[in-house]
Design a binder for this molecule. Structure first.
Ligand SMILES: [Zn+2]
Length: 242
């Protein structure tokens, strides 16, 4: 008992100093890196060129890879976007849980539109969402983002049948990408699968152009840019597709 009493001051000292450390770390963070509370405005959306927007996303991805995401005052951004939004880009991505789009590009509240569907294919709803983004809300960049080892593409290569016409309908939309790549239909062949995934991105972009007059016209006028990209599951990096 005596020994336990003797230890109490040391324990208190430890608790106090640990508490101080935590406070100090927070202070250091806020001193070294300012929290971002500003958001996209109509002016910033108008001023940014399509190239600047693309570079902004790629720089954000480099921060993501280096684990040095910008610190944001999210409640302040929520407040600042209450009355409207002026996102710079719309990204069509897969639903894959390993590709959290805003995080991958280090974007905050009101920065980008994100449409997600397994296998990042376009359909009427996705097209309507993209047209709303660029035609009504003023976004200037359309990115279709495929990713390594995509389960939807794998399942389409496998001709997975789970007895659901909805799943079959979805997977059938990936079939043209499979047919576009020579070689054995082998989902275990990583290079073959990557080729199909990249072709699927390119065909999705072609289909968006084919099926949307709004997108076609804005692109012809040089007001928007459309790019394809590929997310690497191993290191979190995004590379642009030609
Ligand atoms: Zn996927």
């Amino acid at each position: 008992m005596k020994r336990a009493l003797f230890l109490i001051p040391f324990a208190l000292l430890f608790i106090i100093s640990a508490g101080c450390d935590r406070v100090k770390v927070q202070t250091d963070n806020s001193e070294n890196q300012q929290l971002i509370s500003s958001v996209m405005t109509q002016e910033s959306q108008t001023e940014m060129t399509t190239n600047e927007i693309l570079n902004d996303l790629l720089e954000g991805n480099r921060r993501f890879v280096k684990n040095s995401l910008n610190l944001r005052n999210l409640p302040a951004q929520v407040k600042a976007t209450t009355s409207g939004q002026f996102p710079k880009a719309v990204i069509l991505s897969c639903i894959d849980s390993r590709v959290p789009v805003e995080l991958v590009f280090d974007q905050g509240i009101g920065d980008i539109f994100v449409a997600r569907v397994a296998g990042n294919v376009e359909n009427e709803d996705v097209l309507g969402s993209i047209e709303y983004s660029v035609g009504v809300a003023g976004s200037k960049l359309i990115m279709v983002l495929g990713h390594e080892s995509c389960g939807a593409v794998k399942s389409a290569v496998k001709k997975l049948d789970v007895g659901s016409e909805n799943v079959t309908f979805l997977l059938n939309q990936i079939e043209p990408a499979i047919l576009s790549i020579a070689g054995e239909r082998d989902y275990k062949d990583k290079n073959y699968l990557a080729d199909v995934i990249k072709s699927n991105v390119k065909l999705t972009i072609e289909d968006i152009r084919k099926r949307s007059a709004i997108v076609r016209n804005l692109e012809a006028e040089g007001k928007i840019q459309i790019v394809g990209a590929y997310y690497n599951l191993h290191d979190g990096s995004v590379s642009l597709l030609e």
